[in-house]
Design a protein around this ligand. Structure first.
Ligand SMILES: [Zn+2]
Length: 382
């Protein structure tokens, strides 16, 4: 309990505006190693997902990715038919990885536009990832490519991860960012599993399409039943920001790969993170006063649905906790559609919730701090 109080004290200090963010250490050197697929992990610590690494990723980094994925699986359960593709820094190995990826796509009838040459950018997706990761390895100004999850029209799907500069100890920013990215994308795969939307029935006309076009079309049909992006992204943001710092504290996620001066050991980053996002929402609203949770998905601010969504989750979780999303809400979508599933889970219509949430977001800075503190105290009392 003592430590918990201390954590709360540090969190409160953080909320009052004393920065606890990461410091910028010197830029890491990137080395292009070519290594075999060795590992030091015992087989029973391997995740269930199939992870494919580019040949230039060293065994230590691979193991840190595997541990992160295995921890996410422990948290939310495995996802059948999930593949994870991790590109490196070298474009030649990225292309070899792409060949392997595309062979599996043909074999399993889950073709993907990621196999196509992107004529507009004169590159393949995987080699683009390697090129952008090279830049991120050299500068704190470059964030590198953005990881993503694509589902299959049947079940499962694949995640493409850029070179994990943090976990490879090659980036001045802590490995935590890579761990949060992996948790975030993994959560999207979990959403797909619990939503459990059936493979769409295609008409004769639809089937005249072939290859990745047909697969993309089937996925598009499937996505018509999805909840809005503020909800799917908000939940992925919130849960990864919530769990990763805690799992690091518990020693379940690696901290040895961290660089820089800040030891995030006792700082619950979620508090800072949510306050930071609240400020970002205020900035967005200054530029566009009509911006709301509901229309954030169409906003010109690409980050709006993520940030509004994370706050919507923070707000909704106060009544039934955060397990309710994956345990009750998502499993009801297939049968009820997302809006009815929302009503059944949260006891009001989506429209009612939008109105209520708009009023909540108009609260003052101090009221928001008090809200977060009250929510934090509830967590500690558990
Ligand atoms: Zn996402």
């Amino acid at each position: 309990m003592k430590t918990k109080k201390r954590i709360l004290a540090i969190a409160l200090i953080g909320l009052m505006g004393i920065s606890t963010g990461c410091s910028q250490a010197d830029s890491g050197q990137s080395a292009n190693l070519s290594v075999g697929s060795t590992t030091t992990l015992p087989v029973d610590q391997y995740p269930a997902a199939d992870i494919y690494f580019a040949a230039d990723i060293d065994p230590m980094t691979r193991d840190r990715v595997r541990i992160t994925v295995a921890t996410a699986e422990e948290m939310w359960g495995p996802v059948p038919n999930l593949e994870i593709w991790v590109t490196g820094l070298d474009t030649a190995t990225a292309l070899t990885l792409r060949d392997e990826f595309c062979a599996i796509r043909v074999e399993t009838k889950t073709e993907s536009s990621d196999c196509e040459f992107k004529a507009d950018k004169n590159v393949y997706e995987f080699s683009k990832f390697a090129l952008e990761s090279q830049k991120a390895a050299k500068s704190t100004e470059e964030f590198g490519p953005i990881a993503y999850f694509r589902r299959f029209s049947t079940s499962g799907g694949y995640i493409v991860l850029p070179y994990p500069n943090g976990l490879a100890t090659q980036w001045p920013v802590p490995a935590e960012l890579d761990q949060i990215t992996i948790f975030h994308e993994y959560l999207h795969a979990v959403q797909g599993r619990v939503r459990n939307i059936a493979k769409p029935k295609l008409t004769k006309e639809d089937v005249s399409m072939t290859g990745w076009m047909l697969e993309a079309y089937a996925m598009l049909l499937k996505s018509e039943q999805d909840e809005p992006r503020w909800l799917s992204e908000g939940l992925a943001v919130f849960l990864s920001e919530y769990y990763v710092p805690r799992l690091r504290l518990e020693g379940k996620l690696d901290r040895a790969s961290d660089r820089g001066k800040v030891d995030p050991k006792e700082v619950p980053l979620l508090w800072d993170f949510m306050m930071d996002k609240w400020h970002e929402i205020q900035d967005f609203k200054k530029e566009d006063p009509t911006l709301t949770l509901e229309n954030s998905v169409d906003s010109t601010f690409a980050r709006a649905p993520y940030i509004f969504g994370a706050w919507a989750i923070q707000y909704l979780k106060q009544e039934k906790g955060m397990d309710v999303f994956l345990n009750e809400f998502y499993p009801s979508i297939r049968e009820l559609g997302w809006e009815e599933a929302f009503r059944k889970t949260f006891g009001r219509s989506v429209e009612q919730f939008y109105r209520e949430f708009n009023i909540f977001l108009d609260r003052s800075h101090d009221e928001i701090i008090n809200f977060l503190v009250a929510e934090g105290l509830k967590e500690l009392a558990k």
